[in-house]
Design a protein around this ligand. Structure first.
Ligand SMILES: [Zn+2]
Length: 232
């Protein structure tokens, strides 16, 4: 059934170009725009459960907006996940809601799998992401799910969204300056981070490392450019 909201989730070429610029690499295997900034730019790339390279991809709701991604990394670095894990152990109602979120996530991924023509992916059957249903291991996954599903589906994703309000909220557009809107479209995988499409956990480690590097380095990166110059 085609409704207005279905149509707006279908990625346009402009959406795909924007996502490529946000990520600094080509946008691939994107089935829907899971959530948008108030200005219309993509926040979440809803990605097929198997990439065209053949790799199973459990991170269905992938955050693409740089402001949002780094805000969630900051929140993770603050230790919220430990506290959430303790509460999941102690609070049966929360644990039950979180399990329901896991089921919702899997149902959505099945829908996306069918929509994309990928179908079932036995390797990740019953396995969601982000630590669900028992643990919290990646807030990016939970935030992506919450933004895509709307409030009230993933309680811990909703909490994480509240937790980043200092840096990002649903109501305010931070797109200007968040990435290079005029950059030439990345058409090759030149990025060192290209292998991040493997699994969310590996991705998260890299994100955190990058965030720490950004925070400690501040400004002097000229030597890196020079040393990369002769590679090809
Ligand atoms: Zn915006």
């Amino acid at each position: 059934m085609v409704t207005e909201s279905n149509v707006s989730k279908t990625p346009s070429q402009q959406d795909l170009d924007t996502i490529a610029r946000q990520l600094g690499r080509p946008a691939r295997d994107i089935v829907e725009v899971g959530a948008r900034c108030v200005c219309g730019n993509p926040l979440v790339a809803t990605t097929a459960p198997r990439l065209s390279s053949g790799i199973p991809f459990p991170t269905t709701f992938y955050l693409t907006h740089p402001t949002l991604t780094s805000a969630v990394s900051r929140l993770e670095a603050g230790g919220l996940m430990n506290e959430m894990n303790e509460r999941l152990t102690a609070d049966a109602e929360l644990a039950q809601q979180y399990r329901a979120a896991h089921e919702h996530y899997l149902a959505e991924r099945n829908r996306i799998g069918e929509l994309s023509g990928v179908g079932e992916v036995p390797e990740i059957n019953g396995i969601s992401a982000g630590g669900m249903p028992e643990r919290v291991k990646c807030l990016h996954v939970l935030v992506g799910h919450s933004l895509s599903a709307g409030p009230g589906v993933n309680p811990l994703g909703d909490e994480a969204i509240d937790g980043i309000a200092e840096w990002w909220t649903r109501e305010v557009c931070t797109c200007e300056g968040a990435w290079d809107h005029e950059a030439p479209l990345p058409n090759k995988d030149l990025s060192r981070h290209v292998k991040t499409q493997e699994l969310a956990d590996a991705e998260e480690k890299k994100r955190l490392r990058r965030l720490k590097a950004e925070e400690s380095l501040t400004a002097s990166e000229e030597s890196t450019e020079e040393s990369n110059g002769g590679e090809q």
